[in-house]
Design a binder for this molecule. Sequence first.
Ligand SMILES: C[S@@+](CC[C@H](N)C(=O)[O-])C[C@H]1O[C@@H](n2cnc3c(N)ncnc32)[C@H](O)[C@@H]1O
Length: 389
Amino acid sequence: MISPGARIARVLTAKGAIQDTAIHRAVLAVDRAAFIPGTVWVSSDEPGWDRPVTSADPDYHRWIHEDWALVTQVDDGVPAREDGYGRLPTSSISQPSLVVGMLQALDVATGHRVLEIGTGTGYNTALLCELAGEDGVVSVEVDESVAGQAAANLKSTGYAPRLVVGDGTREADGGPFDRVIATVAARSIPAAWIGQTRPGGRIITPWSPGGGPGVLVNLAVTEAGNASGRIVGDAAFMMLRSQRSGHDPWGSYVNEDDPAAVPGETTVNPRWVSDRSSGWWVVLGHLVPGLGYVSFEAEEDEPQAAGEATVYVYDRDGSGSWALGEYSPEGGPFEAKRCGPRDLWAEVGAAREVWLGAGRPGQDRFGLTVTSDGEHRLWVDEPGNVLTL
Ligand SMILES: C[S@@+](CC[C@H](N)C(=O)[O-])C[C@H]1O[C@@H](n2cnc3c(N)ncnc32)[C@H](O)[C@@H]1O
């Protein structure tokens, strides 16, 4: 029997990414390359810009068979630059190993009713059709042209799930569902996802606390209408359209000449914002929402400033708040300046105390409970152990 997905399946089994035989059969059955449009965007040499690559480029034909995510739309369909370079990736075909990891966590079986948010190219939708049966699959995509292309891709590869063009944060027809999977990150997990999941059902979604880097959560829905479960890995996804934080370059948030900016000092180490320790990022995103930062190291030709850096933090959520901290290896207090209603260094310091006070837990010890009234509780080891300021 010919297996249209044999090539990508081999890449994934060689990496050890597929452990579940039903998912292996699904990946073998679906031709992933058939879902990839003739133009994709990849990182360029210009920071902050993605460049278009078409199928005329030999690299394209290699990349579409590798374990990479490929951006399939930028700037909601209108590239920011006339030469086609894009500023913000807005749709993609997800990384195959992450796709199968999420499906394994979803634990979907034949006969399940499954809701997918973020149809994208339709590739994951086709895998869901293989796993649950296409009568049980509903997939929602907010972008009309992306949805149109996904519909064409699914039709040409032989799948007919129910496709909805609309905002997937709202209730979709066809529920209740046994499984809900989002292939787009939620900063705040929409109440509609929980409301449409059967008690005992499961929600797998990337969660980007405070709009920061995403983690994957595996939530079980209870009779009481809560959703609760563990963080099960990293998941860098684009955000739900309605939940995006500002993504402009840092200079548009920070105006050092603002007369309202107040000089001072802080005992908070400015380098904490770039600490990559597992767990810290989740706490920082959750407790200091909207935080953006950029850091400038002292030049090598300034030996007297060796190790120093100027770190700017800013609120991407629109309060106009920003602060800078002058890091020095001599130690604090550090020279600082702040502007706007939020005291961002104080917020970072308070979040750090919470994380240190909990014993510096890694994210594998974290869980999330979303209550029926929408509160998001981040906890360590067990749901009663909530991390708050
Ligand atoms: C990472 S892509 C999906 C990848 C897809 N599963 C695949 O592998 O082809 C995320 C998609 O979510 C869509 N999206 C963003 N906000 C949405 C919303 N509120 N409702 C539904 N779809 C949304 C984007 O337009 C984008 O196509």
